[in-house]
Design a protein around this ligand. Structure first.
Ligand code: ADP
Length: 204
């Protein structure tokens, strides 16, 4: 309502307002949109623990196919190419696995290098009692010094004007992985692309 009525002011009284007023309306609408995004992301973060679904058999290949469907427009717009090896069936909360893969792949596309189309590859490897999933991109990379910090809520390495976002996505990923008894981390060098890893304990 705040955004709609502010925009309505601009439209209905547009002729009586000067350029500054229109600029201020733009800032107000932008601020409200950001507040909405922040509230939605915070809700998603708080619900990982309280509104989690049952643990069931989760075919990660099927989960990925749905995620790629949802991200279709962004993938097309960025001319991104997402490839994957065969992915295993694990046990867990399918809705949360969807959110996890979606956040990681959306980031891999968003933090792209301007001159190279995003390439993202997913794979999984069985390591002892667990599966390690790997999401590798060819984007801007992350200075190893900040590799732990990015999983903390609201921690971002870039200005919002450079790359939009609330800084909650990876904190949600960490909470989801830890609810399943796994770990998440990143390996990267600045400018070299990033590789995110997460483990999910074996179903048995
Ligand atoms: P947001 O995407 O809203 O900024 P996230 O919690 O998803 O928040 O990510 C936190 C920060 O980690 C990002 O702001 C960015 O600096 C860094 N980051 C995340 N994913 C990637 C990636 N694939 N490549 C480079 N940097 C990344």
């Amino acid at each position: 309502m705040v955004a709609s009525y502010t925009q309505l002011l601009g439209r209905r009284y547009g002729a009586q307002l000067d350029a500054d007023a229109h600029e201020f309306i733009g800032y107000a609408v932008d601020g409200v949109r950001r507040m909405q995004a922040l509230i939605n992301d915070l809700l998603a973060y708080s619900r990982v623990g309280t509104r989690g679904g049952d643990f069931v058999r989760a075919e990660m290949g099927t989960v990925l196919a749905r995620v790629l469907d949802v991200l279709g427009p962004a993938i097309e717009e960025q001319q991104a190419e997402i490839t994957h090896d065969p992915l295993p069936t694990v046990r867990g909360d399918v809705g949360q696995f969807h959110q996890l893969l979606q956040n990681l792949i959306a980031n891999a596309i968003k933090f792209r290098r301007p001159d190279v189309p995003p390439r993202v590859h997913l794979s999984a490897e069985r390591t002892g009692e667990e599966w390690t999933f790997v999401v590798r991109d060819n984007g801007i990379g992350i200075d190893p010094e900040y590799a732990d910090r990015i999983f903390v809520i609201f921690q971002r390495l870039h200005a919002r004007s450079e790359y939009p976002g609330t800084g909650i996505g990876l904190a949600i990923c960490k909470k989801i992985v830890e609810r399943h008894g796994g770990r998440i981390w990143v390996e990267s060098a600045a400018g070299q692309g990033s590789t995110f890893f997460f483990t999910i304990p074996d179903a048995e």
